[in-house]
Design a protein around this ligand. Structure first.
Ligand SMILES: [Zn+2]
Length: 413
């Protein structure tokens, strides 16, 4: 099947935009993208016309948890089937928001990969980490619950896996590979939504981090390291982690180390903005930590950008339901927030398209770019996002979404 999308503004994902562009799709691949005047004739193609066309977006940091509380202690208290039912709606919301690919940095998404592939549910491409690896007492532990509950929860397919010591860490990483995880996620520093740990403190020893990176690397997988504080960032980089998630307290030395090692920053500005907007919904401990982190986080992103660190867009969206903060469907807000920090709109779009796959290292698919041979994951808009980046945060402006050449959203009726 052949399709031709013509648009006044074609944004390829990388490189300069093209005025009066055309994208020709053959089956699940892009056969041509460029000036409409140079496009091969395609008399048998169905034709769509739009104001703008660009690649389907990537969220390089999201969680499918089906959670309707900002208090993670609810996670093991609700049946996984209930949370999975909520996720089916989140998957649809991601597509409607123009996100055709999600790098899931820990969650239930690993179970949805097959369901989506076989057509049981509609959803984006999910590249899943499986269970988040954490130290005992670390960011992905539930400090107010008996440790044995958290351990049981992890073994039942829940989101968190506690591991301590290099050999147990290696085993925990192998458990995720056994589930066909496409990356490994670790908490290398404390967090904001966890109770007693401190965001600045390093979690996992250097030896533990090295063990995880080594196991992942043998299977061509990268390690994504949740880090706020500098000690965790430096330890993760030294061990060979590919991406630093959040990076709130990175300074010049850390930024240079990231650039030199080719590590990518996934800043997740959205969760900070979303939670701050609805601070009353947070547990007290989380609100205090958020307020102590949010300004520094903005400065860290600016500093990283100026130092030449590669930045890929991720949101840390995790909740279910439009009434919840940080919920699926709001993913496009990240681009607007990056532009507020000084990004050029084209640069923000590149962070959410062409740079998305790079966060998967050797597992990166040919996606995120409008060019011959790439996956036909595409979106169209009724406004030009280079003139108004906030349009990408408003699903009503995203008139069409294609995943692997199949149209999965159509606002034109
Ligand atoms: Zn996260």
């Amino acid at each position: 099947m052949k399709q031709r999308i013509e648009a006044e503004q074609l944004i390829p994902g990388t490189g300069r935009p093209v005025a009066n562009g055309a994208v020709i799709v053959e089956d699940d691949r892009i056969a041509y993208a460029g000036p409409a005047a140079d496009a091969p004739a395609s008399p048998d193609a169905t034709v769509v016309r739009a104001r703008a066309v660009m690649p389907g977006m990537w969220d390089a940091h999201g969680h499918f948890m089906g959670l309707r509380s900002t208090d993670f202690t609810f996670l093991p208290q609700e049946p996984i089937a209930l949370r999975a039912a909520r996720i089916t709606t989140d998957l649809r919301r991601a597509l409607d928001a123009g996100f055709t690919s999600v790098r899931e940095t820990g969650g239930l998404g690993i179970h949805f990969v097959q369901a989506i592939e076989e057509g049981s549910v509609e959803g984006p491409n999910i590249y899943a980490a499986g269970t988040t690896l954490s130290t005992t007492g670390g960011h992905a532990d539930l400090h107010g619950l008996p440790r044995s509950w958290v351990v049981d929860f992890g073994h039942m397919g829940g989101e968190f896996r506690l591991c301590d010591g290099p050999s147990e860490c290696a085993r925990a990483a192998r458990e995720q590979l056994r589930r066909n995880a496409k990356l490994i996620k670790v908490c290398a520093s404390g967090g904001v939504l966890s109770d007693v740990d401190h965001p600045i403190h390093q979690q996992f020893t250097n030896a533990e981090l090295r063990a995880i990176v080594e196991v992942a690397g043998m299977a061509d997988r990268v390690v994504a390291a949740h880090c706020h504080g500098k000690p965790g960032i430096m330890a993760a980089l030294e061990a060979g982690a590919k991406t630093i998630e959040h990076g709130s307290f990175l300074d010049e030395e850390a930024a240079v180390a990231m650039r030199e090692s080719g590590a990518i920053l996934v800043p997740t500005r959205t969760i900070f903005a979303e939670l701050l907007d609805q601070g009353h919904m947070l547990p007290d401990y989380a609100l205090k930590k958020l307020q102590a982190t949010v300004d520094r986080h903005g400065e860290a992103i600016i500093l990283a950008r100026e130092a030449g660190v590669t930045i890929a867009a991720g949101t840390d969206v995790a909740m279910s339901g439009t009434d919840m903060p940080d919920s699926w469907g709001k993913n496009g807000r990240e681009l607007e927030l990056l532009v507020k920090l000084g990004f050029d709109p084209l640069e923000a779009i590149e962070a959410a398209t062409a740079l998305g796959p790079t966060t998967l290292g050797p597992q990166a698919p040919r996606s995120g770019v409008l060019a011959e041979g790439y996956d036909a994951d595409i979106l169209t808009l009724d406004v030009d996002p280079l003139a108004d980046i906030s349009a990408l945060a408003q699903p009503e402006h995203i008139t069409g979404v294609w995943k692997a050449g199949r149209r999965v959203k159509n606002l034109e009726g």
